[in-house]
Design a protein around this ligand. Structure first.
Ligand code: SIN
Length: 427
């Protein structure tokens, strides 16, 4: 199979990248599951934006402080400055962000933000954004989306990428060649036992990069979200209790009913404080009380979270709910520049798969959807400008034997990622 541009992954990064590519280029997007099963659809809290020039410095500082000043300042600046254009695009696609009584965009707050600057749609902001991107993508005549197709390996030679080896929905192995390949395959939560991510998101892009010597960065920078719903049932995925619930006033308590942390500290610190408290008390979880939130506001802003709690026997806001940290986000990834270009020619990485250093050591809440789309568009612009310098190659003699045992290949991917992460094996 042959295409001009191949996008591996169908979250908001992949979809928005496709929307920004030229209409005369043939684009093939493959996704390991179905389009709706990307982590972008799961994002609850919201998406930050530069709501006015006055907020620039404070937003920049909050992002840097949360990231322990290990962020790439140029990437932070780019992300913040390009956010209003992105929001304009999203509104033009029909994304329905919450408005205030005057009809202006409304903003919520999460940990480590000094101001309210987070756009939201109830507690399903990711679904609202990503489903509109998907609807726009369906209108593109130059885009084909193949669901249940999985990237197995890169096709590359002399540090130039020519496409991928793919396992199709019928189990058959094949090659797809392309002038440019974009890895937008999400994070690594699937290799963790407790994660808010879909289980099929197992760092396939990162593993492929490691296998072929593509540079990676900050690979042991993994974020644990402080508050996921604690359940004794074996769950596929931990249910997120959005940080915006704490941003709107919810409070954390230990088993004795005492507060033990400021709920709005950066995520890594709240997680550490919860883990310390659990260890001290010998418990599996701490408690979150939503009583400080006005009941009408709780129901209208967080209908899905409220439903989840009630379905599981907790009548919020009257009852406190048990919460526990779980793996949530990967700040590291395939090293890219500000145009989302990797160290390999004709290979780009965007979204959680990529690391341009914007998040530093700990991502500020609600910077992920924003970052993934800002840098996805930059990848699209770069590919458009550089397309005439790309080349293609036929691969007729690929030996598929190493890929036949799917389970062994996945185990090897996981082993490589964990080895690269060193001692951060909290899986
Ligand atoms: C949340 O709603 O707490 C998650 C938002 C994020 O990961 O930034």
């Amino acid at each position: 199979m042959k295409t001009d541009i191949l996008i591996v992954g169908s979250g908001c990064a992949g979809l928005y990248c496709a929307l920004n590519l030229p209409k005369d280029k043939k684009i093939l997007m493959i996704t390991k599951d179905i389009v709706e099963h990307s982590d972008s659809f799961l994002a609850q809290g919201g998406m930050c934006m530069l709501k006015s020039p006055d907020d620039y410095q404070s937003y920049f500082n909050d992002t840097m402080r949360a990231g322990h000043f290990e962020n790439n300042p140029a990437a932070v600046e780019t992300m913040i400055k390009e956010s209003p254009d992105l929001v304009k695009d999203l509104l033009s696609y029909g994304v329905d962000f919450q408005r205030d009584e005057e009809g202006n965009l409304a903003f919520t707050r999460e940990g480590a933000h000094t101001h309210n600057r987070i756009l939201y749609h109830k507690d399903v902001t990711g679904k609202e954004i990503t489903s509109h991107l998907y609807e726009q993508c369906k209108k593109l005549e130059n885009l084909t989306i193949q669901e249940q197709w999985m990237m197995v390996d890169l096709l590359c030679e002399n540090n130039r990428c020519y496409g991928i080896v793919v396992r199709k929905d019928n189990g058959q192995l094949d090659t797809i060649t392309a002038n440019d390949t974009v890895l937008a395959c999400g994070g690594i939560g699937g290799i963790y036992r407790y994660s808010t991510n879909y289980r099929h998101l197992t760092g396939d892009g990162v593993a492929a990069a490691l296998r072929h010597g593509v540079e990676v960065q900050n690979i042991n920078y993994v974020q644990f979200h402080p508050t996921t719903f604690y359940s004794e049932k074996e769950e596929d995925r931990s249910f997120l209790i959005s940080e915006s619930v704490r941003g709107e006033g919810a409070l954390l308590y230990n088993n004795k009913g005492e507060r033990f942390t400021n709920e709005l500290l950066p995520r890594d610190i709240v997680t550490r404080n919860i883990k310390k408290e659990m260890k001290k008390e010998g418990t599996n979880h701490v408690w979150l009380s939503m009583r400080p939130i006005e009941p009408e506001q709780l129901e209208s802003h967080f209908p899905n979270i409220v439903k989840h709690c009630r379905d599981n026997g907790y009548d919020v806001p009257k009852d406190m709910i048990p919460v526990v940290p779980a793996q949530h986000y990967f700040m590291g990834g395939i090293k890219v520049n500000l145009q989302s270009k990797t160290s390999m020619e004709q290979l780009y990485a965007i979204g959680e798969t990529a690391c341009n250093g914007v998040h530093g050591r700990n991502r500020l809440a609600s910077n992920s959807l924003l970052e993934s789309m800002v840098f996805a568009k930059r990848a699209a612009i770069e590919m458009t400008e550089q397309f005439q310098n790309t080349e293609t190659r036929e691969f007729t003699d690929v030996d598929f034997a190493p890929y036949q045992d799917e389970k062994a290949w996945a185990e090897e991917n996981k082993r490589m990622i964990l080895k690269e992460m060193g001692d951060k094996k909290d899986v």
